[in-house]
Design a protein around this ligand. Structure first.
Ligand code: NDP
Length: 332
């Protein structure tokens, strides 16, 4: 069978200078990596990790040329696995797709059937990618907080105007929680309120506290997308027995904290990993997303994009300049 050409964002590395460059190119089925399901990708997104993979790689990309895109949604074109047949709608997050395996920043992807889930009822492929890995992770974080019990007081969301933060804010508010969104961008206050935040907290208000191990007991839960100084300060502001779901490190990988909040306030620090989630957990989280995330709020988060926009958007997300969720129509 003749190989069909299609477009993809291809990241290449110049061996001499060590520099990487990304451009949309025509590639063929024959170029795709091994896998037992070929998907006609419809939508993909830009997550923080995509920024790293489109740019210098940061150790995530193992070999070049590389097609980034840590998530995608589309229609099965060919399958050698009994679980999927041609025409099925599917969604993929995690499993290091877009990092070590070619991902969703192209019009086709070939992957292992184990990494896919069927598109949940109630979501189309565009909505699924408006959620994407960031939103999926936000749901995992909310579920982890629920497993440990969230009381009636305010729940803090850090990095609130970003992808994880936006979806976490909308889900928590829709579930009836009082949500306080921390942002370094005061101009996003109206946007965050439209997602359901009732309190907007300036980034400095958290980072520039007394830096004592314990501050006033303030929050009944937290979804933290920022890490670093922010997470350290938040730990000391949690109410007795409350939990923090730590999702990301947009503000740094260090943790300048003490053990005091754990010892004297029984605070739980819950690590959230979206990459290696087993099939049942992924299915459960996607079903909860379809049920608990209001679609009008999801619409308000969307910034539409094309494959050609990806190099700039990849750089923007690393600088914390993307608001909400970028949805890439790979066929536009
Ligand atoms: P975004 O860039 O969309 O959002 C991050 C937000 O963090 C920014 O919008 C900004 O929010 C805030 N921020 C950025 N830099 C700083 C800083 N220096 N200090 C304080 N706040 C800052 O990224 P995502 O939401 O997609 O991802 C957030 C993090 O979660 C990333 O580290 C990502 O790698 C991680 N992640 C982890 C996953 C997992 O499986 N554990 C899955 C998905 C993402 P604002 O402007 O409102 O202050």
């Amino acid at each position: 069978m003749e190989s069909e050409m299609f477009n993809a964002l291809v990241v290449e590395k110049d061996e001499e200078s060590g520099k990487t460059s990304a451009a949309v190119k025509g590639i063929s089925d024959a170029d795709l990596p091994e896998g037992n399901v070929t998907v006609a990708v419809e939508y993909s997104t830009v997550n923080y990790k995509d920024g790293l993979c489109i740019g210098p790689g940061g150790g995530l990309v193992r070999s070049y040329p590389h097609v980034p895109g840590i998530d995608f949604a589309g229609t099965v074109e060919a399958s050698e696995d009994d679980r999927y047949k041609s025409g099925d709608k599917v969604v993929l997050t995690g499993w290091r797709v877009g990092e070590v395996h070619w991902g969703g920043h192209g019009q086709k992807a070939r992957v292992n059937a184990d990494w896919l889930v069927p598109l949940p009822n109630g979501l189309d492929t565009r909505q699924a990618m408006a959620v994407g890995t960031a939103g999926f992770t936000a749901m995992l974080a909310v579920m982890a907080l629920e497993d440990h019990g969230i009381k009636d007081g305010p729940v803090l969301v850090t990095g609130a105007a970003g992808g994880v933060g936006s979806v976490a804010t909308a889900i928590l508010a829709n579930l009836g929680h009082e949500v306080a969104g921390v942002t370094g961008r005061p101009e996003t206050a109206d946007y965050l309120k439209s997602l359901g935040a009732t309190q907007i907290v300036a980034r400095e208000e958290i980072n520039e506290t007394t830096k004592r191990p314990l501050e006033a007991e303030t929050w009944d839960g937290c979804v933290d997308a920022v890490g670093g100084e922010m997470l350290a300060r938040v730990l000391g502001q949690m109410k007795y027995g409350a939990s923090v779901a730590a999702v990301g490190l947009a503000g740094g990988a260090g943790l300048p904290a003490t053990v005091i909040p754990f010892l004297l306030r029984g605070v739980n620090l819950l690590g959230i990993d979206s990459v290696m989630q087993p099939y049942e957990n992924r299915l459960r989280a996607w079903e909860r997303i379809a049920k608990d995330l209001p679609m009008d709020k999801l619409e308000a988060m969307i910034q539409p994009a094309t494959l050609g926009d990806l190099p700039k958007l990849g750089a923007d997300i690393l600088k914390g300049q993307v608001k909400g969720r970028v949805v890439v129509d790979v066929n536009a």
